[in-house]
Write a protein that binds this ligand. Sequence first.
Ligand SMILES: [Zn+2]
Length: 123
Amino acid sequence: MIGTARSATHAGATRTCPHCRATILESAIVCPGCKHHLRFDRNVTPGGLPATKTAWQVEGTLDAERMDAATEFSILIVVRNERNEEVARQVVNVGALQGVERRTFTLSIETSEPRPGSPPKRR
Ligand SMILES: [Zn+2]
């Protein structure tokens, strides 16, 4: 790790959002889950948003399959590392749809540069 951005302290370190209790990055200025402001930082974009970018995003819809009966659903997110080992698995929503009911889901991955002096945290 010579001369790389990975020489910084605490990159990837986590903490608990005091508002929604989600596990978030220690460097987060705004909780990505509940969008509450956690602290003020001068390293933000002019609009006041944290210096993050959306690296990847997908959106889809799930329609009820039948008018006369409900269809149950589970929305599951699984994260794997470079060795295809599961590092996270979470059910984010469950329910049932019938008739004209619909759910739209959006999955996005936000990235940011670690602060200078923050090495990566291995998980
Ligand atoms: Zn939160």
